[in-house]
Write a protein that binds this ligand. Structure first.
Ligand SMILES: [Zn+2]
Length: 398
């Protein structure tokens, strides 16, 4: 597989995992709560928390302003060093020097989860919203957090990885390691594990979506031919009836993305020259075509729905890699399909992803001005119109 394809797939997967939490549902909006966390940021309604380079920084979407979670005068936010700085006093750095795996806001507290020095253990810290008064509140008995996580009603929902080992004659070490993956739900008040369910095999990103106190996530198990959306009651933590994932084409299961109380996916028509957008009602499990015979060249994927907008990527296998892809936004309000130009602003955005919108109007997408991802906040309509009205949140340290 080419580097281009790998990166593209990675980004689409990234987008899938974020797009699904787009939009607010009926819960009371806690304006400072984080909604979704990824590899180095947690996204909220008004701004994001970055923990890239193991420093906690808040970025406001509308001003772009960065605020380090530290109010100590003249603090240099110096990181842990066993010799020169064995006991950092700065609340914005990892106190023992372990890598920060997650940092997010829930119910006016700042949480930070770091690695630990023992296997299957992550340290959980809780602090005031400004980062002060930080305390260890316990550990989570997993090795790490895979891909993205959700914050919902003071619950942390994530794919946890546990390291297991057994004796073997098959290698010189005499030990074989394996990863056990599960969907975890942790009550952030008590750190109790309120739900834990194994994931058979992972060769894709697990997508979590919460709406009206129900958790939805995509589950594939090729051995048992199980392809479904699992549903979990987030008040009793008991499983509800699963929803079967439909086929997109003969041998392919549909990519389902979520927005509020709906799932969306593409249905390929027999001649494969057009696609339908199908809306799945997550409450009554009914499927309904909301847009039929959309003519899009190549292999199309619906990778996010935000408000009235459907985001579609299409890849053609038959042309040179420089121009074998196209991104589209369909605006269901004015019934227009826009082929969007990702590079108009001068930033490399071929590998764009990350469509999230707290309000159904704005989006955040990833840009790649250098080797590392950066984040851009703007109105979807402005993006379609190639406007330069956007805020770049540059989270990499200079
Ligand atoms: Zn500091």
């Amino acid at each position: 597989m080419s580097e281009f394809k790998k990166k593209l797939i990675m980004c689409i997967v990234f987008a899938l995992s974020v797009g699904l939490i787009s939009g607010c549902d009926n819960r009371i909006i806690k304006s400072n709560d984080s909604l979704y966390g990824g590899v180095d940021v947690a996204l909220g309604y008004n701004g994001l928390i970055s923990y890239r380079d193991d420093l906690l920084v808040y970025y406001d979407y509308t001003s772009g302003e960065a605020t380090v979670f530290c109010s100590h005068p003249e603090c240099e936010h110096e990181k842990f060093n066993a010799v020169t700085n064995p006991d950092p006093k700065c609340p914005a750095v990892s106190p023992k020097g372990y890598k920060i795996l997650a940092a997010f806001m829930s119910e006016n507290h700042l949480y930070m989860i770091t690695e630990d020095n023992s296997a299957n253990s992550m340290i959980v810290y809780r602090a005031d919203a400004n980062g002060e008064n930080r305390k260890i509140i316990g550990v989570i008995s997993a090795e790490t957090i895979l891909n993205g996580y959700l914050i919902y009603n003071n619950l942390l929902i994530f794919t946890g990885v546990e390291m297991a080992y057994k004796e073997t004659d098959e290698n010189l070490l005499g030990v074989a390691f394996s990863n056990i993956l599960s969907t975890w739900i942790i009550d952030l008040e008590t750190l109790d594990v309120v739900y834990k369910n194994p994931i058979k095999k992972i060769d894709y990103n697990i997508m979590y979506h919460a709406n009206n106190n129900i958790l939805y996530y995509i589950y594939h198990d090729n051995e048992t031919e199980t392809h479904e959306i699992k549903c979990v009651d987030l008040q009793t933590f008991s499983p509800l009836e699963s929803i079967s994932i439909p086929k997109y084409a003969t041998n392919e299961y549909a990519y389902v993305v979520f927005y509020n109380e709906s799932g969306y996916y593409l249905n390929k028509n027999q001649n494969e020259e057009s696609v339908d957008v199908v809306k799945l009602n997550l409450i009554d499990h009914k499927h309904e075509i909301v847009l039929s015979e959309l003519h899009i060249k190549g292999n199309a994927t619906l990778f996010s729905v935000v408000g009235d907008y459907y985001f579609i990527n299409s890849v053609y296998e038959d042309t040179a890699s420089a121009n074998n892809w196209q991104n589209y936004i369909y605006n269901s309000k004015d019934k227009q399909l826009y082929g969007v130009d990702m590079a108009y602003s001068g930033v490399e955005t071929r590998f764009m992803s990350y469509f999230i919108s707290p309000d159904g109007e704005h989006m955040i997408f990833i840009t790649f001005p250098g080797m590392q991802a950066e984040y851009r906040y703007m109105r979807i309509d402005d993006f379609i119109a190639k406007s330069s009205k956007y805020v770049d949140l540059r989270i990499s340290l200079k």
